[in-house]
Design a protein around this ligand. Sequence first.
Ligand SMILES: [Fe+2]
Length: 337
Amino acid sequence: MQAIQNKRHTADFIFSDEDKKHLTSLLLKVTSSPFNNYPTFLAAIQRLAKSDEIPTSLREFCQKSKKRNFVEQPYVYLKNCPVDEKLPFLDWQNPREQKLLLKKTHVGEGFLVLYSELTGTPTLAYRFGGNGDYIRDVHPSKAFQKSHTSQTLTSFGFHKELPIRDTSPDFLRIMGLRSNPVNEILTTFVKNVDIINYLDEETLNVLRSKVFHTPFTVLSVNVDKTNILGKAPENHAIIDDFEISYHEGRTEGITPESKAAILKLNACLKELKKGIFLGSGDFVDFANKYCLHAKDVNQVADEVAVKQRWLIKTFNAYDIRNFEPFFVKGRYGLVNG
Ligand SMILES: [Fe+2]
């Protein structure tokens, strides 16, 4: 198949088949469910992380990964990671309920949590996102098939996750479970430092001014029945040092200059983006504050497979102490927002 977008990332770490098989067998021994009892699941993975059973190559890669310069190298890409060999198909009317009913092993989920343990970057859950789950699905749903959310069937604009919240995660990790390669659906990235180097000084000055507005997503507003989130800030800057708080298609300029700056930013994103095809066992770890990510649906040859594409993801903290003031009382790791 001829790739429409030919700028692709190359992998930073590739599991050997032997290490993958060994780690898969270790993760299959964890019998608790991350969805029914996350603390027990986490404790089992923490024990595993301390054992000398973990492949040394992975342990060393994770230590290096935590110490990397996040501005210069916001993302790392791993291939051939352990995933569940038997993966159910989920009805897109109600994918999460179907998953709880049908998914009996948690190898992919275990790998995500193991990676967070080996890098010392704990996993966060959010009360108003992903049903409060620590491990979330990226799976289309009928209700949100055309939304600006991870449940959409369509392309999805560049963004920082939770771009205007104090509790925006430091890292996102995404693992591919199922994505048919006949469809070219890519997760794309642009480094913030490259955006800053690309744009002219005048545009950068506008992007550094408080002349933008980004509403909260429909999903978080729907769940926030008691209005804890309050109103999204009336105006904010897009660029602050090397952080970029933006959601393409949702962030609006509130002056003519800011609207023009957004057009320049979008053109720059198109020029600089690079994609990763997240097939089964492909994993990407990225520093949310130092790059923007998006989804590109470039070519669809099998429409049914688009509805069955399934990734899982976690939100993670560099230093959990920064998030502690925001936790729901008695629920460590669950952000009240
Ligand atoms: Fe996202």
